[in-house]
Each structure stands twice: as C-alpha cells, then as structure tokens.
Design a protein around this ligand. Structure first.
Ligand SMILES: [Fe+2]
Ligand SMILES: [Fe+2]
Length: 326
C-alpha cells in the first residue's frame, strides 16, 4: 500500500499524496535526454525526486515547468529508493492540487513559538540596550521592519528555512547571549551583544523572497548579501540622527563597532563563509560563535529527525552525521 504522508516515506515504499515543491532543476542525462530534479517537502522533510522523460506524459519540459514551480502544491505518485543514504523518489504521476483541496498550513514548517510571544521577548531584549544610540537604531529598525522580520525565513536551504525562522533564530541567539553575559559580567558588553544579535540577519528580509513556502535569493540579495544590506540600514539611521542632532565621535565609533560585529558574524574572512570584515572585538567573536551554535543545532536536529537510530548519513554542509541511539 502506498504511503500518503511524505513524513512517512521510506526507501522501498511507494507514495501517493500531496507535497510542496521547493526547488526544480532542469537536467540532461548522459545520452542527452531531458529530466527534472525536483525537491518536494512536507514540514521539515525534504525529498529529492526525479521525473525522467518517460514520465513526462507527452508534455514538453516548458509545460512541465509551469506545473512544477516553487511553492506549488502537487499530488504526486512515485516510488522511493535510497541514494547516498537519503530517500529519493522517482515520480510516475502528478497533477497540480486544486485550490482549497489541501490545507497549506499542514505542509509549511513554522517556528515552534508564537509570533506574538517572540516579538514581545525580542523587544524586551532591545529594552535592555543601555547605549542610547544603539538602543535607538536597534529599536527603530526592529519596529519599522517587524512586519516582515517576524514572518521571514532565515535561509533558503540551510538552517531555519521555515516561517518565522529569522525571528526564532534571532531570539535563540539573544537567549544564549543573555546566559553568556550573566556568566561573564562586565567582560562582555551586553548592550553591544543585544544590538548586534537583533540586527545581524535583518538584511535577510531583502536578501530572500518573502515566500516562506519556497524562498529564493532576490536579485538585491545577490548583489549585496544580508550583511551589507543591514549595515546600509544602520548607516542610514546614523545619517538621520546626525541630521537631527549633533552626534559625538564616541557615538559614531560605537555604531561602527556594531557594524564590525555584524560584518564579521560569519567568522574570520579566511573561512569563506561571507563575512565582510575580520572580527576585532570580543563581542564580534562571541556573536559569530553563538550564531554558529544555533545554526549547527538546527541543521543537525533537522538532519537527524528522519534518520534511524545508529545511522550515519552524509548531510549537505555538514559532512557525516551520526544519530545515537539514546
Ligand atoms: Fe548571517
Ligand atoms: Fe544568523
């Protein structure tokens, strides 16, 4: 009997049911025959699928690409096998779901906490920023952008690529930072940590599309990336404040220090992860480490959710991951 829920799909089983299209790529076999590589999903589970040309049903690739579009809900039939330790499906039949046929919310992955409570908690962290110019910039940028910020994904593929993933990721970092600041007292500047972490990925609201079913990089995102985008937002705020009142050298310095923390939150330039400056303060090093902790926890939890205990699997961006049996 075919499995109807993608979450239950395993190698060797067949599938007949609904799923969301996450990514579509047009490919050619060595012989030159066209086929499609399609990633479909339900909640956190993503399955890579092949639609070989003997399954096109007489349609051209162009026609198929109007059916298999990012974010489309499809009814699929196929057979699952194992490839590189991952489940993979060969599609044998497909159609677009009619509107109203499926409850989209059952297919979309969402942050595990409510938007309202996350928003209130992020605001309470911002309220603790004691350096007035950092408080003003962080608070104004958060309030002006919260409509998008609170719903946005934090990634297209990697960690926190779900609805409100950006807010959930940001809040997780703030919570970790609170513990570090409580532990180390004056050695770590709480205000700089909270300001930098609240803003560090805010540029993603411009870098990625607002579609949380199948987010993609925008053209603006590809031009600049989220680090440069948020630094521009911060610099525009600094200019606006300077147009209203005189700003001291000390204040300008702390705003540039904030921009250094953000510019280096992907780590040292040598790792090639996209920082645009070297981390040169304790807070900059800490923000990178905290960001990395949260990203790794999310990526590994996601990868192991569907693995069997005792299995080792290759996970994109991480290498081999083992799921212990405890
Ligand atoms: Fe980032
Ligand atoms: Fe981040």
């Amino acid at each position: 009997m075919a499995v109807s829920c993608l979450l239950e799909l395993e190698p060797g089983s067949s599938f007949e049911g609904y799923c969301l299209v996450k990514e579509v790529k047009q490919e050619k076999t060595k012989k030159g025959d066209p086929y499609l590589n399609i990633t479909v999903a339900k909640k956190h589970k993503m399955v890579s699928c092949k639609l070989w040309n003997n399954g096109f049903g007489g349609r051209s690739v162009e026609e198929l690409l109007t059916i298999f579009t990012n974010g489309a809900m499809l009814y699929l039939a196929g057979d699952a096998s194992e490839f590189n330790g991952q489940v993979q499906m060969t599609i044998s039949d497909f159609r677009l779901a009619q509107s109203g046929e499926v409850d989209f919310s059952e297919y979309i992955e969402m942050a595990p906490e409510s938007i309202e409570s996350m928003e209130a908690e992020i605001r309470s962290f911002i309220d603790e920023i004691q350096i007035p110019i950092l408080h003003q910039i962080t608070s104004e940028l958060f309030e002006e952008n919260k409509k998008y910020f609170m719903n946005h994904v934090a990634a297209v593929k990697m960690h926190h690529n779900f609805k409100s993933g950006l807010a959930y990721h940001t809040l997780s970092l703030l919570r970790i930072a609170k513990n570090i600041c409580d532990q180390y007292g004056e050695a770590v500047n709480r205000s700089k940590m909270y300001a930098a972490l609240t803003l560090h990925d805010m540029g993603k609201i411009v870098e990625m599309t607002k579609d949380f079913t199948a987010p993609e990089y925008t053209l603006f995102g590809q031009f600049l990336g989220h680090i440069q985008i948020v630094n521009q937002m911060i610099d525009r705020k600094l200019v606006a404040i300077r147009n209203e009142r005189s700003v001291s050298l000390e204040e300008v310095t702390v705003v540039y220090e904030l921009m250094n923390i953000i510019s280096s939150h992907h780590g040292p330039l040598s790792n090639g992860w996209g920082s645009t400056a070297e981390p040169i303060t304790l807070e900059a090093h800490l923000c990178h480490m905290i960001d990395n902790i949260d990203a790794k926890i999310n990526m590994i939890s996601k990868a192991t959710a569907d693995m069997k205990e005792g299995d080792v699997q290759k996970v994109w961006g991480l290498g081999k991951i083992y799921k212990p049996s405890n």
